[in-house]
Design a protein around this ligand. Structure first.
Ligand SMILES: [Zn+2]
Length: 268
């Protein structure tokens, strides 16, 4: 019993001393797991996924792949400028942005730690236009910039006790397992799901990022309404929607966040 209390306290102390600040929202996040190590594993996992013959990467000469790259580059440039100008440059110093469109019916998109982005063709009818795509990509980039994957891994580490903290810190293969499982690499089922608060934070940051990149953030409301519609007809909700519930509460919060995001929008 005493040992359990001691471990609990030690974990709490370690947790308190291992926090960092989320850019833009200023929230203090638990960071027992180092994001730069996740970035290294993500780069390996991303390369594996893109070179796997089963992954149908859309040719970079296609108009849609070029749109993904164009939107991605604008968001990356805006985010990089914001981070550098606000004292967060070290958090993205090792980012090597990549943007790929994958031919798949799946309604999905994600951005790994380190800026490795995948958009699935299945989501394009819902994003509809470039501003819709910027909504999705801004949101996914926000998850990466907020280090939500590392935060999830940190929370799992605390839940599993102090022993695992040491174990995780010393074993790169555990990071690899985590990344592979989270993003569905190597035939594994995607298990990545962020918490509700992380989703709302990514929405808020994503709005600001798309605005900084020159896209009117009011388009985000239209996108999430289309997303809600896309799910209403089908019995099995799309992968993206099961992890991103497009309910009235989410859209209402986005509308509340809009005035602040508009400050970053110069109507380029
Ligand atoms: Zn999300």
């Amino acid at each position: 019993m005493k040992k359990v209390i001691f471990l609990g306290m030690a974990t709490a102390i370690l947790a308190m001393s291992s926090c960092s600040t989320v850019p833009l929202t200023g929230r203090s996040r638990l960071s027992l797991v180092d994001d730069t190590q996740l970035q290294q594993q993500a780069a390996i996992g991303y390369a594996q996924l893109m070179s796997n013959p089963q992954t149908k990467v859309v040719s970079t000469t296609s108009a849609n792949a070029q749109m993904v790259k164009r939107v991605g580059q604008k968001i990356a440039a805006a985010v990089t400028q914001y981070m550098n100008q606000n004292g967060y440059g070290d958090q993205i110093a090792n980012y090597k942005w990549e943007y790929n469109l994958i031919d798949s019916k799946e309604i999905n998109a994600w951005c790994m730690p380190g800026g490795k982005i995948a958009v699935y063709t299945g989501i394009l009818p819902v994003t509809k236009d470039e501003a819709g795509l910027a909504t999705v990509m801004g949101h996914e980039v926000a998850h990466a910039i907020a280090q939500h994957s590392a935060e999830r891994a940190s929370q799992m580490t605390v839940a599993q006790g102090l022993g695992t903290v040491v174990g995780v810190a010393s074993a790169n293969s555990k990071y690899a397992d985590y990344i592979n499982a989270a993003y569905g690499i190597g035939g594994q089922l995607t298990i990545l799901s962020y918490g509700r608060n992380q989703e709302l934070e990514a929405d808020k940051m994503g709005l600001a990022f798309m605005a900084m990149a020159g896209y009117n953030p009011t388009n985000a409301v239209d996108f999430w309404q289309r997303m809600a519609q896309a799910s209403s007809g089908s019995q099995k909700p799309p992968a993206f929607l099961s992890t991103h519930p497009s309910d009235a509460a989410r859209i209402a919060q986005i509308q509340k966040d809009l005035p602040e995001a508009m400050k970053y929008y110069k109507g380029k």
